[in-house]
Write a protein of this length. Structure first.
Length: 260
């Protein structure tokens, strides 16, 4: 799957270098935020050892693997304003374990196998946007990279046989941010999307939607609350196996921050 996005990543990197060179002459303002997020994973996943992974073998995350409950974790976000260009980075980490019974074969594990499962999913988001004032609303088109670190393990509870998906996906996408300040409140919404053609058996579509409200308190401090939805519909290779994912990650976050 990483191969399918190699060219867009290079293009995004070149744009970033140009933007940073332009921003070097502008005064910089920074903000940093930290808080708590509660997210849950839903959807389907498949793994086939013969390299022929297909949607027909996808099985539900909840019934087959015992996953899908909301999990809490720290959440971080930082932003650098260079006048027109704005750089933003954020991230969270989700970890969950469960038990289930396979609805279909999963790699070398046959259907109806009882399994213990572990999911670790890290998500980092890095964006570069350029603000355009449009009356009361500020529109900021740009580019983003979502980086997903997925480590999913299903272990047979009787014999201990295990299958695993361990992938690092870097997904560049077009991004549009809209901001509407109202006195001490700032409303922010972002949407990013990418659909890749099939390259060497890898393809996918990715959607990232985020909305938040920031309230300024005590001058340079603020509190923030928001909601995020990630949709990963991807097909790729992991070692000698092929995998298919149709996952949704959604949840809310709260926190506080400081500007300087």
């Amino acid at each position: 799957m990483v191969d399918a996005v190699t060219i867009p990543v290079k293009t995004l990197g070149a744009c970033g270098i140009v933007a940073l060179a332009t921003a070097a002459c502008a005064p910089m303002r920074m903000s940093a935020q930290a808080g708590y997020t509660q997210t849950a994973v839903s959807g389907q996943i498949a793994l086939e050892s013969d390299g022929g992974g297909s949607s027909s073998s996808k099985q539900d995350i909840e019934s087959a693997f015992g996953l899908g409950d909301a999990q809490g974790s720290p959440w971080l976000r930082a932003q650098a304003h260079f006048g027109v260009p704005v750089l933003t980075a954020s991230g969270f980490w989700l970890k969950e374990s469960g038990t289930g019974v396979l609805d279909a074969s999963f790699g070398g594990l046959p259907v109806a196998t009882p399994v213990a499962t572990d999911l670790e999913l890290g998500c980092g988001k890095f964006s570069l946007v350029f603000g355009i004032d449009a009356g009361p609303v500020k529109l900021s088109p740009g580019l983003a990279i979502d980086v997903f670190d997925i480590d999913f393990r299903a272990t047979e509870t009787t014999l201990g046989n295990r299958e695993e998906i361990d992938e690092l996906l870097a997904v560049p996408m077009l991004l549009l941010r809209a901001e509407a300040p109202l006195e001490a409140l700032n409303f922010v919404a972002e949407i990013g999307y990418l659909e890749t053609p099939e390259v060497d058996g890898n393809d996918g579509s990715f959607l990232d939607v985020e909305a938040m409200i920031e309230c300024v308190v005590l001058g340079q401090c603020s509190v923030i609350a928001g909601y995020r939805l990630l949709d990963l519909d991807a097909k790729g290779e992991t070692d000698s196996d092929s995998f298919v994912t149709d996952l949704q990650i959604r949840g809310w976050f709260v926190g506080g921050g400081i500007r300087f």
